[in-house]
Design a protein around this ligand. Sequence first.
Ligand code: FPP
Length: 290
Amino acid sequence: MNSHPNHIVIIMDGNGRWSKKRLMPRSVGHLMGASNLRTVVKSCVQKKVKHLTVFAFSTENWRRPPEEVATLFDLFVRYLKTEIAELQEQGIRLRVIGDQSAFTPELQEQINLSQRLTAQGTVMDLTVAINYGGRWDILQATRAWQNAHPYESLEQLTPEGLEPYLCTHPLPEPDLLIRTGGESRLSNFLIWQCAYTELYFSEVLWPEFDDHELQTAIDWYAQRVRRFGKTDEQIKGSLALKRDSKASVVSAQASHPSNSASSTNVNNANNANNANNATNSNTTRPLFLK
Ligand code: FPP
């Protein structure tokens, strides 16, 4: 069984069908989608998710009718303008990832401003992927690595070596990917980063994907056994080992002659560890886009 997902990524699909069912223009579906993003962001904060990454526009979405593309980009500018105060208030740090070279100066400025204004947020990272494609990300990362290592050959490039150049760096790998709207594919989203991510596909259209649906996805994730390439037996073995070592610490504490002193020490050591981890995670907070 898994603990709580630390990093959730969402492919927000189904805005168009939501509006079609209501005989409304697709733009209304996207508007409702943006409004639902606000709801889901709040739910994630309440559920203590540390990183939320959403797919708002793919490198392939340029193939949509120009009016729809324009509507979506208007919506991104408006979202950034209207949500920023709320994000700041909730302690959410916003990042936008993707190829921004095709964006209007207005959108680029709004992105820079929003990232600057929310840079101190420590409650949750909200990463919005706009004009993002997994293949683009892998290529741009490889080129950036080669530029940074002009005297090394690509033979020397490793997965760990590439990671700092991916535009998601330094976010941890996603634990849970949710795709709404009934399709079961990745659509070129975070294809490198999701190598070991649990994939959850929901029939619910994005504008209707509420807190209850999110909880259902998180509960599903909690039941998954993540093997990371290992066998079931190895995983069970290491879980048993963990349980045994915990049990032996407890029994050592109980049988120690200066019982209270030893348990204080163990707790202090744990606290020191936690404090260290907390400090480390603060000092390695994302520096945002390269
Ligand atoms: C896919 O649904 C959705 C998109 C391509 C756009 C996602 C955008 C939003 C959720 C709204 C705004 C986001 C931000 C960050 C403000 P679809 O249109 O492909 O739906 P369909 O498959 O039913 O046609």
